[in-house]
Design a protein around this ligand. Sequence first.
Ligand code: F6R
Length: 359
Amino acid sequence: QKDGYRFFMEKEIYEQSNVITDTLLGRLGTDDIIFEELDPELFNGINEIKLCACGTSYHAALSASYLFERYARVKTSVEIASEFRYREPIMTKDTLFVVISQSGETADTLETLKMAKNAGLKTLTICNVDNSSMVRLSDATILTRAGVEKGVASTKAFATQVTIFWMLSLHLAKLRSTMDNGEIIKQIELIRQIPGAVKVRDEIHEKIKRLSKRYLHGHGFFFIGRDIFYPLALEGALKLKEISYLHAEGYPSGEMKHGPIALADPELFTIALLPEHMLYEKSKSNVEELSARDSTICAISPLQFEKADDFIATKNHESYMLEFFEMMVVVQLLSLEVSIRLGNDVDMPRNLAKSVTVE
Ligand code: F6R
């Protein structure tokens, strides 16, 4: 049932607040994160984490790498499953191998899990489907509680994956004593605010609907961001490609001058993620360079940005992570509205399947 929404994807974007609340349920202690499903032994002797996934789940994994290294000070690497499988990787037993998958059935990701098991590594699956192949195969599982996701373009599953990773990074920080209790308590309070941060605000949705009228004529899109906003930029670009069939690329803001800026012209739309609490000045100057070369700029930020042609005002949040979650909703809505205006079947985009069980 679409419950009055035009497409399942729209419904699923609006559901994010509730499914994140479900994902947090019973997991937030006063000064620790509680994962009852995890045996504390799982992390014994672990010096490195390797995350492996495809598509949107890969973007969630990339986001996790920033959090794990920043908060838990644990060496973290991220792999695209279809690459990892064939490149004769080195796997050492002090590595925890983590696969991320909405479905738990993606063939390439499943194969990497088998490889890790065969190499004797401890394994953890972050998954939305209980009893899926990956859940059954791995040593430990954390379930996201996104509910059934019908839209082919993943939204709420991604939201719950990043929520789990934020929590897991703090859980590890506690175990490894890399953050003091006061700081962990503060972060837990921020986590409680995610459901509020992802609630769709009418004025934002209306603004995006208006912008989509012009954006459907864009020749190309750059989504740019720094730090954890870079994986979000990749995810924004993927969403637009998938359902609008427009060419979009995600880039780290600081990389533009190393080549991509040559493409700048008024027909190139730059969607700039400009959070207040993560490298604002640096990101802003990257966007100014693009503006000076005549790219059309859409800034997503809580801070007014006079060089922007279009501006989507997000809220002032206390932390860059809450800004991340609100901006996630903005980029999801942008692809949704452009796709609807183009008359596409948002939930069943051409050439795509919900679960990729072939190699
Ligand atoms: C994008 C999308 C795909 C999946 C990818 C992995 O919107 O849905 O990129 O994220 O096929 O699927 P799972 O997470 O089921 O392993």
